[in-house]
Design a protein around this ligand. Structure first.
Ligand code: AMP
Ligand code: GLY
Length: 425
């Protein structure tokens, strides 16, 4: 079979490596892919993940048997709709279903209408009304979110009125996130441990994957700005079987039913960003796709063939498939370019020893003509180890992280520490 994967980050590398385990897979094309993915797939760097026209033409001219659209942007733009129109089977939601991530106003209103637990909120399209609301009614800290996609940076948590006014001004007036900030959601600040749950769903059946925990802040001890994610562990020790059962009943199944009732059944990977609050699990956000870097710890624990699961989602036969997982734990440490998520240098040479106790997923690098691998993004590599225990997985991932080199290499030193303490109880 010939497969096509849209995207070019660490998540896509993890998907590609997993798909390759199926002996029926002859070739995987990555559009655009990246320098490191080129070792596992045929990369097409001239086709970006948002070039829908070129992606569909490529799929047709290369007789692609199955496509996977991984990033949020092409999903929200209708890449899956376009591939389906061209007769290409694929994994991922259509544009209508992708609104569950692409519009926070849509997802918050969905949760309110169908009684799915989430933070209380108000929606504003007029900055003056948002400011008036903050001055009169608000308690702090409070959460201000741009409606649309914002590279994971569209959530601000002002601690006082002055910061809240600045947040509204930056999103709605200065357009820090472009048109994504035409509307905002202002919501109640929740507390509790966070858990990410990715789930396969064909619109009717849902199969949650192993739970995970992301580390979104740039600095050790959860300090510094929010990033796309600096490291992950799986499973998440706070996500107990009891919590999982409650989430299935109160969040997962009602979300599927709500999307069906709204005429936009969700097919693909639905990501539940959860906060386990003192009054039960609540939805912080939905994503319409695999998380990054959650995928880099979740897929290595998948025992069942990934392509088989994705085909069952596409064919709406997920309910009759038994999806199995490996025991043990996985840890991923992100190696970033110093300065990320702010400005950083690119073009620094990367050296990776062969005998690492880890799998290296490439996120932001490129191959020069002479074959040198150099940095080209903020998050450069995801170093994942799988072991019997979280402690051992973390030890191996950090041992590998130390032995990889590039100028300006930066990583957090405390990935998984919170989870380890929770395990110790
Ligand atoms: P998001 O991009 O929606 O995942 O938000 C980024 C991060 O902001 C989340 O992982 C949470 O840590 C935090 N956050 C978002 N919404 C809330 C909320 N209502 N209460 C507390 N923290 C939140
Ligand atoms: N790691 C969070 C996300 O993928 O949105």
């Amino acid at each position: 079979m010939k497969l096509l994967v849209v995207g070019g980050g660490g998540r896509e590398h993890a998907i590609i490596k997993k798909l390759k385990e199926n002996p029926q897979v002859e070739t995987i094309y990555a559009l655009p892919g990246n320098g490191g993915i080129a070792a596992d797939a045929v990369c097409v760097p001239e086709t970006g993940a948002k070039d829908l026209e070129k992606i569909v033409d490529f799929a047709k001219s290369h007789a692609i048997d199955f496509a996977v659209v991984a990033p949020d942007d092409p999903l929200a733009l209708g890449c899956v709709d376009r591939l389906h129109e061209a007769g290409i089977p694929c994994f991922g939601p259509d544009a209508k279903a992708a609104r569950i991530e692409a519009s926070k106003v849509f997802s918050k209103n969905l949760m309110k209408k169908y009684g799915i637990p989430t933070a209380r909120y108000e929606v504003f399209s007029d900055p003056a009304r948002a400011l008036a609301y903050l001055r009169e009614a608000a308690a702090f800290p409070i959460v201000v979110k741009a409606d649309g996609l914002a590279l994971g940076k569209g959530v601000l948590i002002p601690q006082n009125l002055a910061e809240a006014e600045a947040a509204v001004k930056s999103i709605m007036e200065d357009k820090a996130f472009g048109d994504s900030g035409n509307e905002i959601v202002i919501e109640e600040f929740l507390t509790g441990p966070e858990a990410s749950v990715l789930a396969f769903t064909d619109g009717r059946s849902i199969v949650p994957m192993v739970s995970s925990m992301d580390h979104k802040r740039a600095g050790d001890g959860d300090t510094g700005p929010n990033t796309g994610g600096m490291g992950t562990v799986a499973p998440n020790p706070c996500y107990t079987p009891e919590v999982a059962a409650e989430c299935m009943e109160k969040i997962f199944l009602p979300t599927l039913a709500a999307m069906r009732a709204e005429g936009c059944p969700f097919k693909g990977c639905l990501y539940f960003g959860l906060m386990l609050t003192p009054s039960g699990p609540k939805v912080i956000e939905y994503n319409c796709r695999f998380g990054d870097p959650e995928t880099q710890v979740v897929l290595p624990l998948l025992k069942t063939d990934l392509l088989t699961v994705m085909q069952a989602v596409e064919n709406e036969t997920l309910g009759s498939l038994d999806v199995e997982w490996h025991g043990g734990a996985a840890a991923c440490v992100i190696l970033a370019s110093g300065g990320y998520p702010g400005s950083y240098e690119k073009g620094r040479e990367i050296t990776i020893p062969q005998d690492l106790p880890a799998t290296v997923y490439h996120a932001g690098d490129q191959l020069l003509e002479d074959g040198t691998l150099v940095t080209s993004g903020g998050r450069v590599l995801g170093v994942t180890s799988v072991s019997g225990t979280l402690e051992a997985a973390l030890r191996d991932a950090y041992a590998a992280a130390e032995r990889i080199h590039f100028g300006g290499k930066y990583f957090r030193h405390d990935i998984g520490q919170w989870a380890l303490r929770a395990l110790e109880g």
